[in-house]
Design a protein around this ligand. Structure first.
Ligand SMILES: Nc1ncnc2c1ncn2[C@@H]1O[C@H](COP(=O)(O)OP(=O)(O)O)[C@@H](O)[C@H]1O
Ligand SMILES: [Mg+2]
Length: 754
């Protein structure tokens, strides 16, 4: 490279890259001699004596866990399913229970010291089965680049005769140079005549005879205080693959039994798990028929350079996903779409971890995972073979999500990745997620539940059930006891819904279909993407019931009613918009009606006792405010006469204090129905004012016709500006989406008022 070239930006970039590659190559110890490898093992015995199950567990734990709330319950989430290693791309949302189940099975394998079952994720189409496995594989890929995830295999190195002074290998010419090298592992390429890869990522520890290997590891593990670590069967009894065994034996005999001389030919190589290069993370597609096969190594230059002792041996190579996937995860995608013959070998492989090949037994150390759609599994369970497979498969059910908050995240992530060139109105993904979840719910079974809540559950509407599942948001009008019992019963409800072949989340809109619908709506006409447009698209989507089986499910009460759900979600959406409009007008103070109720209770108490009351801000104590008591009781819909109504109420407060001596007296908790009524009454009285402000907002945002805006006085215009500003700053609207939402609200909820 000429003088001038070295200073060019490209040259400098390559220089910097070359230096950092070199450094990382050294720091990451990419190549080791066998003795140096053993040093590493001595230093980190646990890291290098993990089975595939233990390695996968460490990889999943490596990204940590977090606790989050789902349906009022704390659940643990493995952060690797947030795909932190890929900036969150293609993360798997929700499914914490399934994550825990998969990890529990892996821990069982770890405890048992062997992988003796295949994990089969089954569920409806599009429930993230493949996404979950892919996330695990990507976690493995990222983990294998971390120090804690260093994983090694080995090659056989045969130095060039120059290095050994004549034919390489075993002829003892120029012994002096040979003696100097206690390993050929670090030889430059030019001094290596032949390199023979070890087979299927075999663990270099297999080069040590089992007895000495186990003794060494146990001693090092004890020294490292790794008392709980289970040394797996594969590490205890694992043997070299057929070809490596051939090479080992040939070398051993030509080195007259000198293991050190044999190990000089070993180059331990760090490898990185990769789905792209099919290294210890491999997916077997349904169309594939041969998962492992043997072929004779073709006589190429490097083979010709092999030492004579190997020249007369027929060397074979095992190829196929089983060989490539060893030491990591092998996934059978849609396993039951394959002809069962193609899976037959799994009967023994999943149990014993061995595959019989022409040249011998392939010994596998890999986590076997598979995915299958429910219909295929159901058909498979009818087959005579099922009973023999059953004992070798761990079924992990993966239904669609039933938590609309988690579902919403799927669509939020999609829109974020999409970077749409039009504004997305608030609640767009909420509306889609909620509707999708409603299509998956089953009518709750109330039998066996506590008397206090059996009726409530039997009458539970789909929307309420969805809000209960996600937010433990209880239906209105329940008393304290019912509230506590229903909140406590949420896991039972979910458990009951999960029972039987038609479990909750087996049927309904799949995220794949909903993502498609969101995309097409987003790219459809209209200057915004909004709940209104989505609801329209859903109405269109459900028209052709022949397309999706779940659209033909018989309604069960108010359940399995996709069309009705569109209306219910629409009303729910309008409730949200109404809440935002109220808050954005600043007319409505969320706690105002609670303050009114507190004052009511205080005055009712003093009215009953006839005592005067000290009102804050009033100098003298005053008699109870009877007009206010009457007004509030009108809103509460009092039917009985005032005294018994008021004393009944005060008694309930007293009873609450006795039952909950340590709790703060929360009127909303004791009188939920009353508070709901007061809230509605409060809003209804404010509704006219809200209507006027929404009208003004529509006037100032009407870009077609300015006349309405001109008709506003300054006060009204300023108020409308403030409302718009609040909708944008607090609720995420922009002018176009605020106008759209307020126009719908006006049309549906306000225009009739006054
Ligand atoms: N819980 C989820 N989290 C994130 N994406 C999901 C989830 N469920 C489904 N999806 C999306 O739906 C589509 C189908 O998922 P996939 O993993 O292929 O399903 P399966 O293998 O169960 O048929 C993918 O685009 C995926 O991103
Ligand atoms: Mg799949």
């Amino acid at each position: 490279m000429s003088e001038s070239n070295e200073s060019t930006p490209a040259a400098r970039a390559i220089e910097a890259l070359a230096t950092s590659m070199q450094e990382s190559f050294e720091t990451h110890r990419r190549i080791l001699s066998f003795p140096d490898f053993l040093e590493q093992v001595a230093e980190h015995p646990r890291r290098f004596s993990r089975s595939a199950a233990q390695y996968v567990l460490d990889a999943l734990d490596h990204f940590g866990t977090s606790t989050l709330e789902r349906g009022g319950q704390d659940v643990r989430r493995w952060s690797c399913f947030d795909a932190p290693f890929d900036g969150g791309r293609d993360k798997v949302v929700g499914n914490e229970a399934i994550q825990a189940e998969v990890i529990r099975h892996l821990r069982n394998f770890e405890r048992e010291g062997r992988i003796n079952r295949l994990l089969l994720l089954h569920g409806p189409n599009g429930s993230a089965k493949s996404s979950l496995v892919s996330c695990m594989m990507r976690a493995l890929e990222a983990f294998s680049h971390a120090d804690e995830g260093a994983i090694y295999r080995f090659n056989w190195i045969f130095p060039s005769s120059a290095t050994e002074g004549g034919r390489i290998g075993f002829e003892k010419r120029g012994a002096e140079s040979e003696e100097r090298l206690d390993s050929f592992a670090y030889l430059e390429e030019g001094r290596i005549d032949a390199r023979l890869a070890g087979e299927y990522n075999d663990n270099p520890l297999f080069l040590l005879p089992t007895e000495q290997r186990v003794a060494f590891l146990e001693e090092r593990l004890a020294a490292a205080g790794e008392t709980g670590f289970v040394l797996s069967d594969t590490i205890r009894h694992g043997q070299l693959g057929h070809r490596s065994r051939q090479v080992f034996e040939a070398l051993l005999s030509s080195c007259r039994g000198d293991l050190r001389a044999v190990l000089r030919h070993v180059q331990v190589e760090r490898f990185f798990i990769s789905r792209r290069y099919r290294e210890a993370a491999v997916t077997v597609e349904p169309q594939l028929r041969v998962d492992a096969a043997v072929r004779q190594l073709t006589a190429d230059r490097s083979l010709a350079a092999l030492p004579s002792a190997l020249q007369n041996q027929t060397l074979f190579e095992v190829f196929g996903p089983l060989a490539e996937g060893n030491r990591g995860i092998i996934e059978y995608n849609d396993m039951l779409k394959r002809p069962m013959d193609a899976n037959k070998y799994l009967l023994s492989t999943s149990e014993k971890g061995t595959v019989s090949l022409d040249t011998g037994i392939l010994q596998l150390d890999a986590v076997l995972m598979a995915t299958a759609n429910e219909t295929y599994l159901e058909a498979f369970k009818q087959q005579p073979d099922w009973s023999s497979y059953k004992g070798r498969i761990e079924l992990v059910r993966m239904p669609y999500l039933l938590d609309y908050r988690a579902e919403e995240q799927i669509y939020d992530d999609l829109l974020e990745a999409l970077a749409l060139d039009k504004p997305v109105a608030p609640h767009t993904t909420h509306v889609l997620a909620l509707w999708a979840v409603l299509t998956r719910l089953r009518r709750p079974a109330a039998d066996g539940l506590d008397d206090a809540i059996r009726g409530v559950v039997a009458d539970l509407q789909p929307l309420r059930k969805a809000l209960l599942y996600a937010d433990a948001d209880l239906p209105a009008g329940l008393n304290g006891e019912q509230q506590n019992k229903l909140r406590a019963a949420i896991p039972d409800l979910a458990q009951k819904g999960a029972e039987g072949p038609h479990y909750e989340g087996r049927y309904g809109a799949s995220p794949r279909e909903m993502k498609q619908l969101l995309l097409s709506t987003a790219h459809g006409e209209g200057e915004t993407l909004s709940p209104v447009r989505l609801l329209e698209a859903l109405r269109h989507f459900i028209r052709d019931v022949s397309v999706y089986e779940w659209l033909r499910i018989e309604p069960d009460g108010s359940y399995h009613q996709p069309a009705a759900f569109i209306d219910q979600v629409r009303e729910h959406y309008l409730d949200r918009v109404m809440r935002e409009a109220r808050e954005a007008t600043g007319l409505v103070d969320e706690d105002e009606y609670l303050r009114v109720f507190q004052r009511y209770v205080q005055h009712a108490k003093h009215w009953l006792s006839g005592e005067k009351i000290d009102e804050p801000g009033s100098r003298a104590s005053v008699p109870a405010d009877e007009r206010m008591l009457e007004e509030v009781e009108q809103a509460l819909g009092r039917e009985e006469e005032a005294r018994s109504f008021r004393s009944g109420l005060i008694h309930r407060v007293a009873a609450f204090r006795i039952d909950h001596p340590d709790d703060e007296v929360e009127l909303a908790r004791i009188f939920p129905a009353f508070v709901d009524r007061l809230r509605e009454d409060y809003y209804a009285r404010k509704a006219l004012e809200v209507k006027r402000q929404v009208e003004a907002l529509l006037a100032i945002t009407d870009r077609q016709d300015e006349r309405a805006a001109e008709a506003l006085d300054r006060g009204q215009r300023e108020q409308a500006d403030r409302m718009l500003e609040c909708l944008c700053s607090r609720f995420g609207y922009v002018e176009a989406t605020a106008r759209e939402a307020m126009a719908l609200l006006f049309q549906e909820r306000l225009s009739e008022l006054g």
